[in-house]
Design a protein around this ligand. Structure first.
Ligand code: GDP
Ligand code: IMO
Ligand code: MG
Length: 427
């Protein structure tokens, strides 16, 4: 059976978690393939809200095996806390599998994330300060520690000592911080975390391939998003992994031929957290309306998200980067009360119209969006469960977005609840 990727088509928080949960009904494995606890994926089921950071969004279904793939960076303390919280709420995490090849986030990664942001001053990226960038940097520099190192205390200690030799120099001499104690890390990671995580550590590549070979559906759940991608996003205002669909191959350990469906998730508008270019950003009352009605405050850090209109220049580019087969649109209901809804179709840059994303990022910083305006529907969509129940104005808006982006819209969210969606086109 083929694999399906769910990928953020904008700057994150599009509703990947809720669509992953939806798609999990017919799935065997749900695999997180990159990122770490910078992600915050919210699911609302029977009025109960679950905010997941590392545990894949399929966990609420008992038939699912949730898998944390090799491409993820894992802070074991955070993972255990998340598992405990789920267990307390009656959600079993017994089936969770954690790749032995996933890299560990260590306390110095978090500290370095925070101090390097401080040193960037007004040029800071606005990271989540979770240690994500420093952990991936160590992975690339080949001085990272992996989950499987927890199983071999002498190797764990040796690698930790090597890493700390450099980290403590940097922390004390460059950033004027206190050195980090190896003993304390070894105690927490090896004595507290290891016994709890050991039953979950697995060869996830084998697990995924066994499922594919048995004709089971594997769902690959992206975190962050296309325009936060290290290679394809608005660098340097990006995360340090590859959220794009290609990243799923690497972060799960499968070849591209297994992936036959790529669902790009976008809001009916757009948001961004942290710094970086955002051509359709709104700093007016409409922007405030989107933030308040859409509850646009980070699941994870509580930060106010920057609001803006939906941008089909970026979405067209996201289709290319991800081989997106379809779009899932979330939060259409957030536009319910607006008189006018806008769709960005192009940019004016130095007097010229561009309908493709400019290659040079300086151009993006100066891009003036060109909009097509649509009358609002001024009706509550929260109860819509099929295409036919949608007001004409909302249908025109969605059809226009799909035509601009060039792929069908398959599902549309009209509220955070599990059942608050409808199928637009069967893909
Ligand atoms: P993710 O990071 O892509 O999984 O998205 P987040 O969970 O960070 O942010 C999406 C937020 O929107 C969450 O609070 C969801 O409960 C909520 N949400 C998702 N889909 C819809 C929708 O269709 N309508 C509304 N009103 N809220 C939604
Ligand atoms: P989900 O999976 C939105 C942003 C941060 C910052 C940049 C780099 O919930 O969509 P990092 O800590 O990753 O080094 O920060 O990326 N960012 C996100 N924005 N949603 C996320 O995850 C994000 N994860 C990271 O705000 O701008
Ligand atoms: Mg989120």
């Amino acid at each position: 059976m083929p694999a399906t990727v769910i990928v953020g088509a904008q700057w994150g928080d599009e509703g990947k978690g809720r669509f992953t949960d939806l798609m999990s009904k017919d799935t065997e494995l749900v695999v997180r393939y990159q990122g770490g606890h910078n992600a915050g994926h919210t699911l609302v089921v029977d009025g109960e809200s679950y905010a997941l950071q590392l545990v894949p969004s399929g966990v609420l279904y008992e038939h699912i095996t949730p898998v944390i793939g090799n491409g993820v960076v894992v802070d074991p303390r955070v993972l255990i806390k998340e598992m405990d919280t789920l267990e307390r709420r009656g959600v079993s995490t017994a089936r969770l599998k954690l790749s032995g090849n996933a890299h560990l986030i260590l306390p110095y990664h978090q500290e370095l994330d925070a101090v390097s942001e401080r040193y960037l001053g007004k040029n800071k990226l606005g990271t989540t300060k979770r240690g994500i960038g420093p952990a991936y940097a160590d992975k690339a520099a080949r001085i990272g520690l992996r989950v499987q190192d927890l199983l071999d205390p002498s190797i764990f200690r040796a690698k930790l000592d090597i890493a700390l030799r450099e980290k403590n120099q940097v922390l004390t001499r460059v950033y004027n911080r206190l050195p980090i104690d190896a003993e304390e890390i070894a105690r927490i990671y090896l004595e507290e975390c290891r016994p709890r995580l050991e039953p979950h550590i697995a060869d996830t590549v084998s697990l995924i391939h066994t499922a594919l070979e048995a004709d089971k559906l594997v769902l690959l759940e992206g975190a962050q998003a296309t325009f936060l991608d290290l290679d394809h996003g608005t660098y340097p205002f990006v995360t340090s992994s590859n959220p794009v669909a290609g990243g799923a191959c690497i972060g799960a350990g499968i070849g591209p031929r297994h992936i036959t469906r790529v669902i790009g998730v976008a809001k009916a508008y757009a948001t961004r957290v942290g710094a970086g270019p955002f051509p359709t950003e709104l700093t007016d009352a409409v922007g405030n309306h989107l933030v308040e009605v859409g509850h646009e405050y980070g699941t994870n850090t509580g930060r106010r998200r920057r609001p803006g209109w939906i941008d089909t220049v970026m979405l067209r580019h996201a289709v290319r980067l991800n081989s997106m087969s379809e779009l899932a649109i979330a939060k259409l209901d957030v536009l319910d009360d607006l008189d006018v809804v806008r769709v960005c179709t192009g940019y004016e840059i130095d007097g010229r119209v561009h309908t493709d994303l400019p290659y040079h990022q300086s151009d993006l910083h100066g891009a003036v969006p060109i909009y097509q305006d649509f009358p609002g529907w001024k009706a509550s969509l929260g109860g819509v469960r099929e295409r036919g129940e949608l007001p004409q104005e909302a249908a025109v808006f969605l059809d226009f977005v799909a035509a601009q982006v060039g792929v069908p819209i398959s599902m549309v969210g009209v509220g955070p609840g599990r059942d608050q969606y409808f199928v637009w086109t069967s893909v």
